[in-house]
Design a protein around this ligand. Structure first.
Ligand code: S3P
Length: 169
């Protein structure tokens, strides 16, 4: 039986907005793993990356995911790098339905362009970084995903409807 619904995908694809809408639509609680990491740490993600490095952040991310999957059924939006650790993929695949949200590079660049809270994109050429990250991550997202939805031409509400359709298929 499907317990949780996980939203995975690159930074800026809309996982949190869509997840919140989806959760309301199907009457499940909503959790955003990045926000829980920040609440538990008492610091924001840039601080965690600064002080503990990406490795420290990834440990916190796995700890949060372990706790979330052990809880009652929920819609869970994840950080873009959640698929980097095999344990995270196994936890998601074994406890729920994983939805990979995709968007064009142009959309991802546009949606993250004013953002200062994503340490991995604070570089001279964020577009090149987005392309590079997708290059290494796309196959990992696809491997764990039960469905893949292109968000480019859809409102968040329509994406949520597509996820519900995929769940019921
Ligand atoms: C990251 C994505 C971020 C956040 C952190 C690292 C990544 O989450 O977890 O900055 O490695 O892609 P969003 O995908 O919600 O921006």
């Amino acid at each position: 039986m499907t317990q949780h619904i996980f939203l995975v995908g690159p930074m800026g694809v809309g996982k949190s907005t869509i997840g919140r809408l989806l959760a309301t639509e199907i009457n499940l609680p909503f959790y955003d793993s990045d926000r829980i990491i920040e609440q538990r740490t008492g610091a924001d993600i840039p601080w965690i990356f600064d002080v503990e490095g990406e490795a420290g952040f990834r440990l916190r991310e796995t700890n949060v995911l372990r706790d979330l999957v052990a809880g009652s059924p929920a819609v869970i939006s994840t950080g873009g790098g959640i698929i980097l650790h095999a344990e995270n993929c196994n936890l998601m695949a074994s406890t729920g339905f994983v939805c990979y949200l995709i968007a064009s590079i142009e959309q991802l660049v546009e949606r993250t362009s004013r953002d200062k809270k994503r340490p991995l994109l604070q570089v001279d050429n964020p577009k090149a970084r987005i392309v590079e990250l997708l290059g290494t991550r796309d196959s990992l997202y696809r491997k764990v995903a039960d469905c893949t939805i292109n968000t480019d031409r859809l409102s968040p509400k329509l994406v949520a409807s597509e996820i519900i359709a995929a769940l019921n298929a």
